[in-house]
Design a protein around this ligand. Structure first.
Ligand code: ZN
Length: 309
């Protein structure tokens, strides 16, 4: 009797174990499917010094509805004629703020008294009170042009994002509304797309490649009245943590070489792309940026915001 009971009990345990293993297998297959199908292009997680993270992955922002009651001014870009007299003008551009590192950038720009453009991301502005404060600080600084770098930064899913022109347009408009509430001066005039080196200006048209039919979205933005700025060269960084690869001196030499070969989009004008998170304290951000600016000053470069491009 006892052995019969024990036998049944063992069979029962064996059955439970089997069910558990099958369940595990299903979960594994589901995970594999989800990981490979749901996300294609670059996604990344930046862990900040304060322990918070900025994640560009899989999460969709809600479709944005345009506020109808807003009367937006039409674009009126006044070219700064003074810049024509200078032969070497550099446009420092900082992307993805407000993030940790943004305050260091603003401080150094003020100390060195040079102009620059900060392309900010709407959802980063709305992330916390301290991020909003950075946004306001940049807006209040006459040396800085705060510009549109989308609301969602495509959530890191570039292929998905650029496959739908309307989605791209609404996302850019969403960020425009945040800018409009604070500074209606340059609406629609200064935009940079997330992760794409694209130009749509009266004088320059450049597409980025790698995503099927992506130029449809760029053209839709242009037709709607947006002016889009890419870059001539990026100060590249380690994608795992944002740390910059080249020293400021090496970078200054690269800039000189590209300029001398006449390989910028506009002769005598150089658009440099950098990212806010590269200038955090842990990378000695202030010192690195200050060194670059001083070196460029020494080489005879003048600094402007994109309003004079
Ligand atoms: Zn970006």
């Amino acid at each position: 009797m006892y052995s019969l009971y024990k036998n049944n009990y063992n069979n029962f345990l064996h059955y439970i174990h089997k069910v558990y293993q099958i369940k595990k297998l299903f979960l594994y297959i589901f995970f594999l499917f989800f990981a490979t199908s749901s996300h294609i292009s670059a996604s990344w997680v930046i862990i900040n010094d304060d322990g918070t993270t900025d994640i560009y992955i899989q999460k969709e922002t809600k479709p944005y509805k345009i506020k109808e009651d807003k009367k937006k001014p039409t674009i009126n870009i006044t070219k700064n004629l003074k810049s024509k007299s200078s032969k070497k003008v550099i446009y420092l551009t900082f992307d993805d703020g407000p993030l940790l590192g943004s305050n260091n950038i603003i401080t150094v720009l003020q100390e060195e008294n040079v102009e620059a453009t900060m392309f900010m991301v709407g959802k980063h502005i709305q992330k916390s009170k301290s991020r909003k404060k950075i946004f306001q600080r940049a807006l209040n600084e006459p040396l800085i042009l705060v510009a549109n770098h989308t609301y969602s930064h495509a959530n890191g899913r570039y292929k998905h994002f650029y496959s739908n022109s309307e989605r791209v347009l609404l996302d850019i408009q969403h960020m425009d509304d945040i800018l409009f509430e604070n500074d209606p001066k340059y609406l629609m005039a200064y935009c940079r797309l997330a992760g794409r080196n694209v130009f749509r200006l009266p004088s320059i048209k450049r597409d980025d490649y790698g995503i099927k039919n992506e130029s449809e979205a760029y053209n839709a933005l242009w037709d709607a009245g947006y002016h889009i700025y890419g870059w001539d060269y990026q100060w590249s960084y380690n994608p795992k943590n944002g740390e910059i690869y080249k020293s400021p001196y090496e970078l200054a030499q690269v800039i000189e070489r590209i300029h001398k070969k006449g390989k910028t989009r506009t002769k005598g004008k150089f658009i440099l792309l950098m990212h806010d998170f590269s200038f955090r304290d842990k990378f000695d951000g202030k010192e690195i940026l200050r060194t670059l600016i001083q070196e460029l000053k020494y080489l005879g470069w003048k600094f402007k915001t994109l309003t004079s491009y």
